[in-house]
Design a protein around this ligand. Structure first.
Ligand code: AMP
Length: 277
């Protein structure tokens, strides 16, 4: 696997691949890689000639400084995992390589980015679109792979690609879970033993809503789901909402939809979702 640290070198590499008519599959990550990330790499390997992964903990998408400082970093392990998965190129830039100090980014996604994560993490999607736009411009992927784990992020990036007329084929990949249902996340390593057990509540609540979707009313489903979070002092529920698949507005009539949850488990903030019914 080639490891590339600069914009200049990745551009040169991409130009060469384009000249050779190779298709590029791209997986953007913030590192501390787990099987969820690796599943994206595997899908890219199957669908593109060359797979490029990036590891970059993007400061502009963190509204909470402490979260940024404490974001897990396991770069040597990550490199081994990517190599084992057959990733061809790792783009691993520094913050200075990606940002100038006087930089300005005023793209507004609109309503889609203001709800759910946008409400609890103001400015988050502004930072996400800023970095993904930069990475897409440099790596020029034919296909880019994103996890359903961050479903709203996927929709936001889809909207950005439409707004900027970016010619990237976006793919949404299934959520990879631990054996007890907890969605894999780089942040899971921050959970102590107790919190790790309690964290399965997110999955249990989503599962409850999915399994009872046809029998109960929307109100009963939401209340029933929320009840899971009232039983443990470690849990602080931020939102649990059953939303339209495209607009992420809360639905008032049953249809194909997505239930999304965000919750603090101790000091660690986790998110998860499930497609309904
Ligand atoms: P991150 O490193 O958290 O920014 O995630 C990088 C990419 O991996 C994003 O597209 C995520 O949605 C995806 N991802 C994270 N966790 C999972 C998971 N458990 N299953 C599938 N994809 C995931």
């Amino acid at each position: 696997m080639k490891i590339i640290n600069t914009r200049q070198d990745i551009s040169a590499q991409v130009n060469e691949l384009k000249f050779q008519n190779k298709s590029i599959g791209f997986v953007a990550t913030m590192g501390a890689l787990h099987l969820g990330h690796i599943s994206l790499i595997s899908q890219s390997k199957r669908q593109a000639d060359i797979t490029v992964a990036s590891i970059f903990v993007n400061p502009t998408q963190f509204n909470n400084k402490e979260d940024l400082i404490n974001y897990p970093s396991t770069i040597n392990d990550d490199i081994h995992k990517l190599e084992a998965a057959g990733c061809d190129i790792l783009f691993l830039p520094t913050v200075d390589e990606m940002y100038q100090s006087d930089e300005f980014w005023d793209y507004e996604v609109g309503e889609l980015a203001d709800k759910l994560e946008g409400e609890f993490r103001p400015g988050h999607y502004k930072g996400v679109t800023q970095i993904v736009y930069k990475l897409f411009s440099l790596i020029k992927p034919n296909i880019a792979f994103f996890g359903q784990k961050d479903y709203q992020q996927y929709l936001v990036i889809e909207k950005m690609c439409r707004d900027f007329k970016l010619d990237v084929n976006l793919k949404l990949a299934a959520i990879i879970r631990e054996s007890d249902g907890l969605a894999m996340s780089s942040r899971n390593v921050r959970l102590d033993e107790n919190e790790r057990q309690t964290a399965t509540t997110l999955y249990k609540a989503l599962n409850y809503i999915k399994s009872n979707f046809s029998q109960l009313t929307l109100r009963e489903l939401k209340q029933g789901g929320e009840r899971f979070f009232q039983e443990d002092a470690l849990l602080k529920l931020e939102y649990l909402k059953i939303c339209d698949l495209k607009t992420l507005d809360e639905i008032s009539e049953k249809k194909e939809s997505v239930v999304l949850v965000a919750c603090k488990v101790g000091n660690t903030r986790l998110i998860d979702n499930m497609i309904l019914p």
